[in-house]
Design a binder for this molecule. Structure first.
Ligand SMILES: [Zn+2]
Length: 460
């Protein structure tokens, strides 16, 4: 007999194993049945099965009905934590049944908790990589629900979630571990949302400018500076190594929702050119007033970026009132000499470069940013087009010297009109999704004598 067996409730099994092998089974069954009846008729008059109080360190932690539950729990604990961990567990037979009984799982959980032992916990795996451990299957399921909810858009008005999907494969893996190695659901969600830091290295190529590197790798110049404190961004050299540190989220949660509510309608700005006032000076003649609309829209969101917005219904509650500006028109320079390079016309993520796309040539670059993000003139020049252009939606074309023109497409609003001179960096429009566009972005083209060239080669 082994040590651990002393703790178990098994009088019959131990005492009769020898006899079992020798005597006819029929008699053994009869004998056991007789014993059971005898035992229970003495101890308990109410039920056929005995009840036991289970104690850990002498403290009662609950009652069970039947010996199997108790023995199973002991076997399970012995398997993960060894025989020694059973020493502090004991039982006591009770003669009343007016109590709530613990199931095997409940008893095991209580005993393990009391002894600070390993328990069956859930490792949360995302695309095969373990991210955290939670206490139970139940907590894991709540984690999945709460994780989606974490990304639900927070808006004024009513919102109906049509669907919420986690793009990555997320699955539970049951492992034996101590509770102290598990995390609370909220902490796990925060960890998943924060993502992991990834470090990459980039080698400067011939012709690269810091703008090329920033745009092509979808990383801001600020972030490049932070990751490379010793780098002089104005003097990068071929072969030089630049470090990128970026956050990669563990999950991409795709949400489709309908949002109904009131939204402001921005006002348009009309400009009146006054040739007696110097260029660059502006005066408000009539203050603009925003309008109000009730809008029903379907939005497509990935994590916290709106990828697409489909307006289903608009009811204007109050029309906006145009702002009227008087702007100086006294030409001081006409064409401003092209000073070798354009500035980046808008903030935003480079989502498409100058290349063939879907079998067609993409004659510019796309910079994705929310509707309303300002668009600036990439260089000084004269506005030669301002209006709707097939495919490009609301569009501006500026003519610069040396045969260059720049084009700004898909705008939501235009702030300049044909014939105006604009300075480098002057706000000319706002990002939108007009024309052939699947989401708010600036389509920016540079043309040299009418031929599209790669804008990234000219942005300084
Ligand atoms: Zn484009």
């Amino acid at each position: 007999m082994q040590d651990g067996d002393k703790l178990r409730i098994s009088p019959i099994k131990a005492n009769f194993s020898e006899i079992l092998s020798k005597i006819d089974k029929f008699w053994v069954i009869g004998l056991i049945a007789g014993l059971l009846v005898a035992t229970f008729s003495i101890d308990i008059n109410i039920d056929k099965e005995s009840a036991y109080i289970v104690k850990v360190n002498g403290q009662k932690i609950g009652a069970v009905k039947g010996v199997d539950v108790y023995n199973d729990v002991l076997s399970s604990i012995e398997l993960t934590d060894g025989k020694n961990s059973l020493e502090k567990i004991s039982f006591e037979k009770i003669n009343f049944l007016k109590t709530d009984f613990l199931s095997k799982d409940e008893l095991e959980l209580s005993v393990r908790k009391e002894l600070g032992l390993k328990a069956k916990v859930v490792a949360v795996k995302i695309d095969g990589q373990e991210v955290a451990r939670v206490k139970s299957q139940k907590e894991y399921e709540k984690l999945l629900e709460d994780l989606k909810k974490y990304y639900y858009p927070k808006v004024d008005g009513e919102i109906k979630i049509i669907s919420a999907t986690i793009r990555e494969k997320i699955e539970p893996d049951f492992v034996w571990d101590y509770y102290k190695n598990t995390q609370d659901i909220d902490d796990v969600i925060q960890k998943i949302a924060d993502g992991q830091m990834l470090t990459q290295e980039y080698e400067v190529k011939k012709g690269d400018t810091i703008w090329d590197i920033s745009l092509n790798n979808d990383i801001s110049i600020e972030d490049i500076k932070l990751a490379n404190p010793d780098l002089n961004i104005d003097k990068i050299q071929i072969g030089q190594k630049i470090k990128f540190i970026r956050k990669k989220p563990y999950v991409n949660v795709e949400i489709v929702a309908q949002i109904n509510g009131k939204e402001e309608i921005p006002y348009d700005t009309k400009k009146i050119v006054d040739k007696n006032i110097k260029k660059g000076i502006e005066k408000i003649k009539e203050k603009g007033q925003t309008g109000l609309a009730y809008i029903e829209k379907k939005v497509f969101i990935v994590n916290d970026s709106v990828v697409q917005e489909d307006v289903l219904n608009t009811e204007v509650l109050k029309e906006p009132k145009d702002e009227v500006l008087i702007v100086g028109g006294k030409a001081h320079s006409g064409y401003v000499a092209f000073s070798g390079g354009f500035i980046r016309p808008s903030r935003g993520r480079l989502t498409s470069g100058f290349k063939f796309r879907w079998g067609r040539r993409h004659e510019g670059i796309d910079l994705a940013s929310p509707t309303g993000t300002p668009i600036y003139a990439a260089a000084s020049g004269k506005v030669i087009y301002a209006g709707w252009k097939s495919g490009y939606g609301k569009c501006i074309i500026i003519s610069h010297s040396n045969g260059f023109t720049t084009l700004y497409g898909h705008a939501s609003k235009l702030y300049v009109s044909i014939g105006e001179y604009v300075n480098k960096g002057e706000k000319i429009a706002a990002v939108g999704s007009t024309g052939r566009s699947t989401g708010p972005h600036l389509h920016f083209e540079v043309r040299k004598y009418g031929t599209p060239v790669d804008p990234l080669k000219y942005i300084r």
